[in-house]
Ligand binder design. Structure first.
Ligand SMILES: [Zn+2]
Ligand SMILES: [Zn+2]
Length: 318
């Protein structure tokens, strides 16, 4: 996806976004319960399907008749229940046929968000975890507040990961495992951004190389990846290695040396990435850098231009 193509044929000028209309239908207990009933049914289907030899696509849809749904929701009066179901129908619930109600994708997402838990009602005080700092090998400590998870080095206090995650990330997991999930989630967000769209609002993202002077982010590299959402204005920063680790030239290089780049950036969940790579500035105006990955006796040099696009790759003996 390129941000230069906003005028291409077929582009939609405006989505019918009336914020109050988006959330109003679900801002009510009975309606959340209805969506939860579908989510519970989905979980039952999932558990059954995990052991099933096969299932048709229809078997995987959590569908209920009016009566079935009414029985699963804690409301006495069917008229009252019907009123709330009606409010959800269209945007969050759809009718598959005369009888059967099922969630729309928006309904599935809201139910998922309910399971993921809130962002503001959970707090974790700074706690050391069983992971080592990708920069210096010392320990790591984690804290969580206002929906932000911060992992920092116990030696230097520098943050190595800052991720916005819901409280559900911690449920049923050790703190260290929760941090791994948060780091993986952060990579997913980065992938969306490097693919050119915003993981929060789905707007287009304009990518560029940015000088590494941003406070609170550890980096020895002169430049990092910067993505700015054209719609919501959120700014996404990341190391160039994290930008490049999905590039076919990098993946192929790691694979040929018997390594998996996903592991390289899983263990070192450093958002700015200073692992096997070295960044050299070729030009400052406009910025262009070469990121060199070194494995065994070979070097892969990847040239990245001002738009954070790979313009050249070259392999040579080290
Ligand atoms: Zn450290
Ligand atoms: Zn956005």
């Amino acid at each position: 996806m390129s941000t230069d193509e906003t005028d291409e044929a077929g582009a939609t000028d405006a989505v019918t976004t009336h914020p109050a209309d988006v959330f109003a239908p679900v801002a009510e207990e009975t309606r959340v319960e209805i969506l939860r009933a579908f989510a519970d049914e989905q979980r039952r289907i999932g558990e059954a399907f995990a052991d099933a030899d096969q299932a048709s696509a229809e078997d995987l849809i959590p569908g209920f008749t009016f009566t079935e749904l009414f029985e699963r929701v804690d409301v006495e009066d069917s008229g009252r229940f019907n009123y709330h179901l009606d409010k959800l129908t269209g945007q969050y619930v759809t009718k598959l046929d005369e009888e059967t109600y099922a969630p729309t994708w928006a309904g599935v997402e809201v139910a998922g968000a309910v399971l993921a838990g809130g962002y503001g009602d959970h707090e974790i005080e700074r706690t050391e975890i069983d992971r080592s700092c990708p920069s210096c090998g010392s320990g790591l400590a984690v804290q969580y507040d206002d929906g932000y998870l911060i992992v920092s080095c116990t030696e230097s206090d520098d943050p190595v990961l800052l991720a916005g995650v819901p409280a559900g990330v911690f449920e049923g997991r050790s703190l260290a495992d929760a941090v791994d999930v948060a780091a993986a989630h952060q990579r997913r967000l980065q992938e969306a951004v490097t693919d050119g769209y915003c993981p929060l609002c789905y707007g287009d993202v304009t990518a560029s190389l940015a000088p590494s002077t941003t406070e609170g982010v550890v980096s020895d590299a002169a430049y990092q990846f910067r993505g700015v959402c054209d719609r919501c204005g959120n700014v996404f920063l990341g190391g160039l290695a994290s930008l490049l680790f999905r590039h076919p030239a990098v993946v192929g290089f790691y694979h040929d040396h018997g390594e998996d780049p996903r592991d390289a950036y899983t263990d070192a969940f450093d958002p700015v990435g200073e692992g096997d790579e070295i960044t050299t500035v070729v030009s400052e105006s406009p910025p262009q850098v070469v990121v060199e990955f070194e494995l065994d006796d070979e070097t892969l040099a990847v040239t990245v231009d001002e738009d954070a696009t790979v313009v050249d790759t070259e392999r040579r003996p080290t």
